[in-house]
Unconditional design. Structure first.
Length: 282
């Protein structure tokens, strides 16, 4: 499958996908091939259908996870192999209803951060919350991406191969400087065990989970919850949806509007019709 993998990698690069997206597409196809222990060009619509049903029924993956596999396999057959018959009669799973994002209060986030002793973990988690970063964006930051003079962060490995600038927090910068003095990173801002590779997202996720437990946070929060909290807290502070959309890197305002539904300030500003003068008993 080496030649096929190389060709698919080239086509994905020509499509303009980000390195992280390319890696995920290739991983999905590799898992598909290993499931049947055959090269994908030796498989067809029967195997694809069987595999997707396996992900749904046996693996019980979410609709978004199944669709990642579907899109990756579809790209392989249609954009790489030029075979439009394989996927023609295989429907894409309907996306699940969008859930309201979980949001932590500022007090809860402060409590979580207070439980983190490792400066590398604290610095990266503070950056994620303070700038609304995705975990993959934070782990792939380079030292040159931190612009302390203009107080901004250059996000180069964003979703959909889009670059953007977001806010650099003064508090996060102070923590970052403490981390810098201890670890002296060179090119990669948050290297892992191997200094030429970024810290693994699982390491960051585990550090966050441990801190939540120590802080007695019972909510099913993940590192991505910090990004949701960033957006909601900005909205509570009076920032416009357009500004938040730009900072988060959302292509459509529809992705940002969801935070209106979880904003406490928005809810507090609404007067229930039951509380109007006509219903008053006084």
């Amino acid at each position: 499958m080496t030649k096929l993998r190389t060709l698919m990698n080239e086509n994905l690069e020509l499509r303009g996908l980000s390195p992280l997206s390319i890696k995920e597409y290739l991983r999905q196809v590799t898992v598909f091939a290993k499931f049947f222990k055959k090269s994908p060009d030796k498989l067809g619509d029967v195997e694809v259908r069987t595999y997707l049903l396996h992900l749904i029924k046996n693996k019980k993956l979410s609709s978004s996870s199944v669709n990642k596999a579907y899109c990756s396999i579809k790209f392989l057959y249609e954009d790489v192999l030029g075979d439009f018959k394989v996927m023609r009669n295989i429907p894409k799973i309907k996306s699940a209803r969008v859930k309201m994002p979980l949001v932590l209060s500022k007090t809860e986030i402060k409590s979580i951060f207070s439980q983190i002793q490792n400066f590398k973990h604290l610095a990266i988690l503070q950056l994620i919350y303070s700038a609304g970063l995705r975990i993959s964006e934070a782990t792939h930051l380079h030292t040159s991406d931190i612009d302390s003079q203009n107080m901004r962060i250059h996000v180069r490995f964003a979703k959909g191969a889009k670059e953007r600038y977001t806010k650099l927090s003064k508090t996060a910068l102070l923590t970052l400087r403490d981390y810098w003095r201890l670890y002296t990173p060179k090119d990669i801002l948050f290297p892992g065990i191997e200094h030429n590779k970024s810290i693994h997202i699982r390491s960051v996720a585990l550090a966050f989970k441990k801190a939540c437990i120590k802080a007695n946070i019972s909510k099913p929060a993940t590192v991505h919850t910090l990004r949701h909290s960033f957006a909601t807290h900005l909205l509570d502070q009076g920032e416009s949806l357009h500004t938040i959309q730009t900072l988060l890197g959302h292509s459509s305002i529809r992705s940002t509007v969801i935070y209106l539904h979880v904003s406490l300030k928005q809810l507090e500003a609404i007067n229930s019709p039951l509380d109007c003068a006509e219903f008053s008993t006084k």
